[in-house]
Design a protein around this ligand. Sequence first.
Ligand code: FES
Length: 154
Amino acid sequence: MTRHRRDENGAAPDDWLSIGEVSARTGVAVSALRFYEELGLIASERDDRNQRRYPRHMLRRVALVSVAKRIGIPLQDLREAFADVPLDRPPSHAEWQRASRVWRRQLEERRQAIERLEAELTGCIGCGCLSMKACALLNPGDALAEDGAGPRRL
Ligand code: FES
C-alpha cells in the first residue's frame, strides 16, 4: 500500500485505519475481520510494515456484515449482495442501491421461507403424527421417497 496516497475522494492518510482501529470502531473482533477479509467481504492494503490498513469506507461494509450476521443472513448471501460493490474505492450511492435491492430480495425470500415453516410447524404441533408421507417438516417435498420404500428415519 502507498500509505500517503489519497483516494478518489481525496482522503488523507489518516483515513486509513489499522485492524485494531476498525475493530474498536465497529465492535467486531480482529479475528472476525480477518475472516471477513478471507471471504472477500472486506479488503485491506498493507503498509510498509506489512500491517493491514483499511480505507475508512470499509467501516460501512463491516457494519453491514454485522447486521447481516445478527439477522441470520448467511455470509455467502452477503457476498452475492456485495458482488458489484467495489472494494478498492468508496462505492457510489447507485452501487449501494443495487446491493440494497439484492439484499431486499434475499430478505424477502427468507421471510417467505420462514412463513412457510411457521405454517407447517403450527400444523405439526397440533398434529403429532410424524408421518413421513404426510409431514412436510419431517419429509419436505417427500424427498425421502427418492430413497425407496420403507422406513428411512426414526
Ligand atoms: S406431524 Fe403430522 S403432519 Fe407433521
